[in-house]
Write a protein of this length. Structure first.
Length: 150
């Protein structure tokens, strides 16, 4: 009778089971870490993209209204700042209110932006500066220069 080499083996030993369990655990920890970091990075990029989009929209709307206006009146209150943009030729008014407490910007009583840390419209006579600061403290600015002539 011939004996096989593997005749005495009856299964896996406890040491082999422990080794496989440890290897599987380490691989799963590494994979979970990679997955978690990827999700966190994706969330940060999404928030940054939304903030950029919101700031761009606000600048576009305010710039459009500012170009139509002939006068800017600023009123500072404890919890908000109001900007009244007036076109004296057709009596059109655009009313912007920045609420510091709830971090919103409203245009004619309609909220057009949320999560804004700071919003300013500065009239410098020869030009107007519009400043917006988002929650990640990233400032956005637009400068409107007036052309001379008739």
């Amino acid at each position: 009778m011939r004996m096989s080499k593997f005749h005495n083996e009856r299964g896996v030993t406890l040491l082999e089971v422990l080794a496989v369990t440890i290897i599987v655990t380490l691989v799963s920890i590494v994979l979970m870490s990679i997955l978690t970091n990827g999700m966190n990075t994706s969330d940060k990029q999404m928030k940054s993209s939304v903030q950029l989009s919101d700031a761009t929209y606000i600048l576009k709307v305010v710039t459009k209204d500012t170009r139509k206006s002939t006068e800017i009146i600023t009123k500072d209150f404890d919890d908000c700042t109001e900007y009244i943009l007036t076109n004296n030729q057709n009596n059109q008014k655009y009313n912007y209110v920045f609420h510091r407490n709830n971090q919103t910007i409203a245009r004619d009583d309609e909220i057009i932006a949320v999560n804004v840390l700071d919003f300013k419209i500065k009239d410098k006579r020869s030009h107007i500066i519009i400043d917006i600061t988002t929650p990640n403290n990233k400032p956005f600015s637009s400068t409107i220069y007036f052309r001379g002539g008739s």
